[in-house]
Write a protein that binds this ligand. Structure first.
Ligand code: ADP
Ligand code: MG
Length: 375
């Protein structure tokens, strides 16, 4: 038995050396048959996803839409089923020095549900998978799941499964949300048409500024643990960062007003990045007006404190979880008086590119400088 164990260990070691190590450290006992090593930063997150998806063609008739939108779309007969998944990693997506675990549990559900709403659907179930190190006591996990439970109540979804495993360091959270949408009500990223109005819900940039505040106070605290955090009158920005909400109410509004957006996406990576996704998927261009972008007054004053442009926070910040959608101009009357909806521009022909019209009337090409995991 002992020999068997030693042999197994040796075999695992050699398999690692031969097959795995060439890819992660570029060395091998065997000659490297594939000397090309393309840094992932060359592709970026979206380039990598596209690269992966090129090698997978859908085979099943029920797989209506695969990679490329906020959710996968599955034809289950009467309606479409929507599936989306997101992963949150300690040290990358959240910092437990200032993130209460209950808020983290809540946020990780909300982030997923936002993608279901982005298809004009309603979420029904979630699964939650966690990997944790022995640094976490039971009480910490109870706190995390209390946040998950509160989100399940607020959004009327059921926790129906998941997975639990250990990690060598830190906390990993992976959530999957399942939802449904009537076949004639689904909103893809790809349906925008020339002359459609571009509309965004709520306001943008606040979550990013909330993060800047938390990071600033963390640094101050690390330098001098006696200081009290200076976060007075910043509640809204902190709430937007630590405990965001998904726009369930907008889906209800669409239902009530009998509107089906021609295209839709949620704003998770910054307005610029999402506009480019919509235009690319729809094969269009767009013109968006900087002075129309909705930004909360607290975000404007805080951006000034940090000496950064509030518009840049809205365009490139991310984590707003608002909805960005396009509608036919004939629907203008249905939305024009809603203070929670802002028309920020219009869709143009592809030949016009995607541009930001600045306050001084310059036309700048939109660029996605938003969050990029692989730089
Ligand atoms: P979102 O910001 O809406 O969550 P993402 O940018 O994460 O969307 O993903 C865009 C699309 O790419 C989605 O359809 C998603 O399912 C798919 N996707 C992302 N990562 C992978 C991966 N590693 N393998 C397969 N599909 C992926
Ligand atoms: Mg999304």
């Amino acid at each position: 038995m002992q020999n068997y164990k030693i042999n197994m260990c040796l075999m695992t070691y050699f398999l690692f050396i031969i097959y795995i190590s060439p890819y992660i450290c570029g060395m091998s006992l065997l000659e490297d048959k594939n000397p090309n090593r393309t840094p992932l930063s060359e592709l970026g997150e979206f380039g990598l996803i596209e690269h992966i998806s090129n090698n997978f063609k859908l085979k099943n008739k029920t797989s209506t839409l695969g990679i490329g939108d906020d959710c996968a779309v599955i034809d289950v007969g009467q309606h479409f089923q929507l599936v989306t998944t997101d992963m949150l990693i300690e040290g990358v997506h959240f910092d437990l020095t200032y993130t209460p675990l209950k808020h983290l549990g809540y946020k990780s559900v909300v982030v997923n549900l936002s993608d279901i709403y982005a298809m004009n659907g309603l979420p029904k179930q979630i699964t939650v998978s966690i990997a944790l190190s022995n640094r976490f006591p039971l009480e910490a996990i109870e706190e995390l799941y209390e946040g998950v439970r509160l989100a399940c109540i607020a959004y009327n979804v059921d926790l129906v499964g998941g997975d639990t495993t250990s990690s060598t360091s830190g906390l990993y959270l992976s959530m999957t949300a399942i939802g449904e949408v009537a076949k004639d009500k689904i909103a893809y990223r790809s349906g925008a048409k020339e002359h459609d109005l571009i509309v965004v819900t709520g306001d943008l940039g606040s979550a990013y500024l909330g993060l800047q505040l938390l990071n600033r106070e963390k640094q101050v605290f690390e330098a001098d643990p006696q200081t009290q955090p200076d976060l007075e009158n910043k509640d809204y920005l902190l709430q937007r960062q630590l405990r965001p909400e998904a726009r369930k109410d907008i889906i209800q509004l669409f239902q009530a007003k009998d509107i089906v957006p021609t295209s839709m996406i949620d704003v998770s990576d910054g307005l610029s990045s999402e506009l480019l996704h919509l235009c690319r998927s729809s094969s269009t261009g767009c013109a968006v007006y900087e002075d129309k972008i909705p930004i909360d007054f607290m975000a404007i004053s805080t951006a000034e404190e940090f000496n950064i442009s509030a518009a840049t926070c809205a365009l490139n910040g991310g984590e707003d979880y608002e909805l960005l959608f396009t509608i036919n101009q004939s629907h203008y009357g249905l939305i024009k008086d809603d203070p929670g909806l802002t028309i920020i521009g219009h869709i143009t022909d592809k030949s016009f590119d995607s541009v930001l019209v600045t306050k001084d009337e310059n036309r700048q090409p939109l660029t996605a400088q938003g969050w990029n995991a692989l730089i």
